[in-house]
Design a protein around this ligand. Structure first.
Ligand SMILES: [Fe+2]
Length: 468
C-alpha cells in the first residue's frame, strides 16, 4: 500500500496487516497487573485493509478492535477486524471498492450483481466498542452497530431485536446511566434532519424514543447525560451526501448560525430546552451534572469543525481545550469558560459517576502546543475540585490514546481506579498502560508490552467480567 498521500495513515496511524494473539508468555509485563481485574479493555480504531482512494480522519478506515483480557493477574492480547459487509466484499475482490464519507463512489454494478454490499456508504464499525446488556458492540455513527463475540469474531449487524429500522444510524457515543443501567443513545437518519433519543434498558431492550426536530441535519457526535437531561450540541456543522457523491467537499461550517445547545428531558415528555451561544464545535464530552438548578457540562471545545479547511488530506489544526459550560434553564443564560490551557481530546471519566458530581476528568493531552491531533504524548488528569491539570508524559514523541477508566472492584473512590490506554513510544514500542487515577506522579503501575504495533485509534471501554 502506498499511503504517502494521507497524513492520518502515517507513523503510528498506519494500519497493521495482521490479526494476532499473544498469551501471557509472549507479553512482557513491566510492573504488576492488578489481580482484582477480571474483564477486558477493548478499543476500536480505523485500520484500512486496502489502499483508500480518499481518507477523512476520523471517520474512514475499516474498524479493528484491540483487546487485552485480564483474569486475576493473567493477560492476553488479541486484535481483529470487524467483518463488515463492505470489508467482506472488498476481501472477495482483493481491493478497495467503496469511497470515503468525504468522497463517495458509485458501487460497480457487477459488484452488486455478484451479491456484494450495494450501499456506497461504508459502515466502518471503527469508532467505539462497548459492552452493555451482555452484548459486545462495535459502533460507527452512520449505521447499525455490529455485534461481536467475546473473542472478537463478528456476528453481524445488530438491530436491537427490530428496534432499529433500516436507515437508522446509532451514535457511537451512548452513555450508561450508573443508577438504572439504561443505555442512553440516539439515532439519526440519512433521510431526516431530526434527532431521536433512544433508551435501552440494562438488558438492551428498547424502552423509549424521543424526537427532537431540526430544520437541517447536523453533525452531532456525542451526547451527555445529567440527572434529568440529555444534552447535545447542535453546531453549525453539516455534511451533504449529494456533494460527497459529486466529489465536492461535503463538509460545511456556517459560524453565522451559532451553536445551539439542546437539553432533552430524560422523562421524554417535559419541554425541551434550547440555549443559543457563539459558534463552536465539539467531538466529546467529559461529564455533566446538575447543581443548584443549573446544568454543568464539561467538554472539549474546538473552534470549528476540524476537516472543513483541507478535508481528505489536511491535518487537523484547530486548538482544542477542556471547557466547563453552565446552562441556566430559567434565564437560558450560557456561561462557557476554558478550564485548562492544555491541548487535549478524547475526554473520559469514572463511568460510575456518569451524569453526577465528580472530581476528575481524563483526556489524551499534549505538553506541547503542537496544534494538531498528532501530539497526544501525555495522559492528562483534569481536577475539577482544585482546578489543577496534571500530565503524565510517555515520551516526547509518544502517542497516548484515549484514557479509559477501569474501576477498582474493591473501592468506590475515583482515586483507586486505573486509567488505561494504548501507547506507542518510538524506541519503546507499543504497550497498554495503567496509571493509578489518584497518583499520576508515580507513572504507570503496569505496562503490558505488545510485540508489534497497535495503531492510534479512537474509543474503548473496560468490559467488566468479559472473559474469553
Ligand atoms: Fe468520538
Amino acid at each position: 500500500m502506498d499511503l504517502s498521500a494521507f497524513p492520518y495513515l502515517q507513523g503510528n496511524y498506519a494500519p497493521v496487516e495482521e490479526e494476532r494473539d499473544f498469551g501471557d508468555d509472549e507479553l512482557v509485563i513491566e510492573g504488576e497487573v492488578p489481580r482484582q481485574l477480571v474483564g477486558a479493555y477493548m478499543r476500536d480504531g480505523a485500520n484500512t485493509a486496502y489502499q483508500p482512494n480518499h481518507y477523512v480522519y476520523p471517520l474512514d478506515g475499516d474498524g479493528m478492535i484491540h483487546a487485552v483480557y485480564f483474569n486475576q493477574g493473567k493477560v492476553r492480547y488479541r486484535n481483529r477486524w470487524v467483518q463488515t459487509s463492505h470489508l467482506l466484499t472488498e476481501r472477495k475482490y482483493g481491493r478497495t471498492i467503496y469511497g470515503s464519507v468525504g468522497k463517495l463512489l458509485e458501487v460497480p454494478q457487477e459488484v452488486i450483481d455478484a451479491g456484494g454490499e450495494p450501499s456506497p456508504i461504508r459502515n466502518t464499525a471503527n469508532t467505539n466498542v462497548l459492552y452493555h446488556g451482555g452484548k459486545l458492540l462495535a459502533m460507527w455513527e452512520g449505521g447499525f452497530p455490529h455485534l461481536l463475540n467475546n473473542d472478537l469474531s463478528t456476528v453481524g449487524l445488530y438491530d436491537y431485536d427490530g428496534a432499529l429500522q433500516p436507515g437508522d444510524a446509532l451514535t457511537a457515543h451512548p452513555k450508561i446511566c450508573p443508577d438504572s443501567g439504561d443505555l442512553i443513545s440516539c439515532t439519526q437518519r440519512w433521510d431526516s434532519p431530526d434527532y431521536f433519543l433512544q433508551v435501552f434498558d440494562k438488558n438492551g431492550k428498547h424502552k423509549q424514543t424521543t424526537r427532537v426536530e431540526f430544520q437541517r441535519k447536523g453533525i452531532i457526535h456525542d451526547l451527555q447525560i445529567t440527572e434529568n437531561y440529555v444534552v447535545i450540541f447542535y453546531a453549525p456543522a453539516f455534511h451533504s451526501v449529494e456533494k460527497a457523491m459529486k466529489g465536492e467537499d461535503p463538509f460545511e461550517w456556517q459560524p453565522e448560525l451559532g451553536t445551539k445547545i439542546i437539553a432533552i428531558p430524560r422523562d421524554g415528555v417535559s419541554e425541551q430546552l434550547v440555549f443559543e451561544t457563539d459558534p463552536f464545535f465539539s467531538w466529546h464530552y467529559c461529564n455533566g451534572f446538575e447543581e443548584g438548578g443549573k446544568i454543568v457540562i464539561d467538554y472539549i471545545w474546538i473552534s470549528s469543525i476540524p476537516f472543513t479547511q483541507a478535508q481528505g488530506t489536511g491535518v487537523e489544526k484547530q486548538p482544542r481545550r477542556m471547557y466547563r459550560m453552565t446552562l441556566d434553564p430559567k434565564t437560558k443564560q450560557v456561561t462557557n469558560e476554558q478550564f485548562s490551557d492544555v491541548f487535549c481530546e478524547f475526554s473520559r471519566v469514572d463511568e460510575r459517576l456518569m451524569g453526577k458530581q465528580y472530581r476528575y476528568g481524563f483526556a489524551a493531552s499534549s505538553n506541547r502546543d503542537w496544534g494538531d491531533a498528532h501530539g497526544y504524548n501525555c495522559t492528562g488528569r483534569y481536577d475539577f475540585e482544585t482546578g489543577e491539570t496534571k500530565l503524565w508524559e510517555f515520551g516526547e514523541e509518544a502517542n497516548a490514546g484515549e484514557p479509559a477508566y477501569v474501576p477498582n472492584p474493591d473501592s468506590d473512590r475515583e482515586e483507586d481506579g486505573w486509567v488505561t490506554n494504548f501507547v506507542y513510544n518510538p524506541g519503546e514500542g507499543a504497550f497498554l498502560s495503567l496509571l493509578r487515577a489518584g497518583d499520576f506522579d508515580a507513572g504507570p503501575v503496569c505496562k503490558i508490552r505488545i510485540p508489534g504495533r497497535v495503531p492510534n485509534g479512537f474509543h474503548g471501554n473496560w468490559c467488566q467480567d468479559l472473559v474469553l
